[in-house]
Design a protein around this ligand. Structure first.
Ligand SMILES: Nc1ncnc2c1ncn2[C@@H]1O[C@H](COP(=O)(O)OP(=O)(O)OP(=O)(O)O)[C@@H](O)[C@H]1O
Length: 331
């Protein structure tokens, strides 16, 4: 189990992590979510003893990282996939790690096999693709067969087969009773992998709950109706005590509406329908809503930035902040 108690990290004026307390239990995958700059990597670095907390503490099965003799046997982590000497082969990189933690050479072959890198084990890391680098990072994390595993954005750069592989790997490790803590920006991927979620924003804890609870609390449902007789529809809904909100493209949406009853109601009033469809807010939307106030970096709306934008509304917010690469820090 990983336990954080009032963990705090300050870099100059930036409060990167702000009195964070939560537990990551064994036996399940815990997802760690937050917008860019929320403090996820800083938190993970403190868990690994790579950054010293300004205040508070973090323990791994009751012990500080610094107290662990051969740390790879207790905790394995993928923080930055490219943290490998470019001139070293995958095999040599793992062998060096194994020897410094008194792990047998045979373990190197085992993890290379487990991550599917056996055939390129003698290639230098500089020639590795992002996906191969991720796999090598995961191999390093698995090397000591540790009880606790921590992955920072593990699916970055992986193809669909690789994503499925890492998802099953994490689930398998959790099912075997390990503690698995994984950060990601991909809510949809988390929904498939994690049973528990910790959400942070601007260094603070926003939510610490089960995935089932998160889905229950955040998935809004509505029925979308499109009709050439909107006035009759609104009248009929009002009479039935239902409220409709305007939806996109001239549609109306009835929150928590029942598809069959709404269809019956329209038929009763002889209202022609061109659409009657259930709508479900995605987890992505729910996550964006939860973290909206904590988002530190804003980009434009995804439309290409052109010199003379016909409408100033979107172009101005992009340019006025003086963004580079669509990232802008607002303090
Ligand atoms: N070494 C550092 N020196 C100064 N500020 C830092 C340092 N590391 C992180 N920060 C700041 O701390 C805050 C949290 O950053 P962190 O990288 O932990 O966030 P994150 O949630 O991992 O973001 P991302 O999703 O973009 O990777 C940011 O404001 C960042 O600029």
């Amino acid at each position: 189990m990983i336990e954080l108690h009032e963990l705090t990290k300050r870099y100059g004026d930036t409060l990167a992590v702000d009195r964070l307390s939560f537990q990551v239990p064994r036996g399940q995958v815990t997802g760690f979510l937050g917008p860019n700059g929320a403090g996820k990597s800083t938190t993970m670095r403190m868990i690994l003893g790579l950054d010293r907390p300004t205040a508070g503490r973090v323990t791994l099965d009751g012990r500080h990282y610094g107290e662990l003799n051969e740390p790879l046997r207790y905790i394995g982590a993928l923080l930055e996939a490219k943290a490998v000497h470019p001139g070293r082969t995958a095999y040599d990189h793992l062998l060096w790690l194994a020897q410094s933690n008194r792990l047998p050479r045979t373990r190197v072959d085992e993890v290379l096999e487990a991550v599917g890198l056996t055939s390129v084990a003698r290639k230098r890391a500089r020639g590795f693709s992002l996906g191969m680098g991720q796999r090598l990072g995961i191999a390093s994390a698995l090397l000591g067969d540790p009880e606790i595993l921590m992955f920072d954005e593990p699916v970055n750069g992986l193809d669909p087969e690789g994503i499925l592989w890492i998802r099953n790997l994490m689930k398998g490790l959790a099912a075997a009773g390990r503690t698995v803590f994984v950060s990601s920006h991909l809510m949809s991927e988390m929904a498939l992998t994690a049973e528990h979620l910790v959400v942070i924003g601007r260094g603070r804890l926003l939510a610490d709950l089960s995935m089932a609870e998160f889905i229950k609390q955040n998935s809004r449902s509505a029925v979308r109706i499109r009709t050439p007789q909107p006035e009759q529809l609104l009248d009929a809904l009002r009479t039935a005590g239902l409220r409709a909100d305007p939806g996109p493209d001239g549609t109306y949406e009835v929150e928590d509406g029942d598809l069959a009853s709404l269809g019956d109601l329209a038929a009763e009033h002889r209202i022609t329908l061109h659409e009657l469809s259930p709508q479900q807010a995605s987890l992505e939307e729910a996550f964006m809503q939860m973290t909206a106030d904590s988002v530190q970096y804003h980009a434009g709306d995804g439309r290409p930035a052109v010199a003379a934008a016909p409408e100033p509304a979107w172009g101005s917010s992009w340019q006025a902040r003086g963004t580079t690469n669509g990232k802008q820090k607002e303090n």
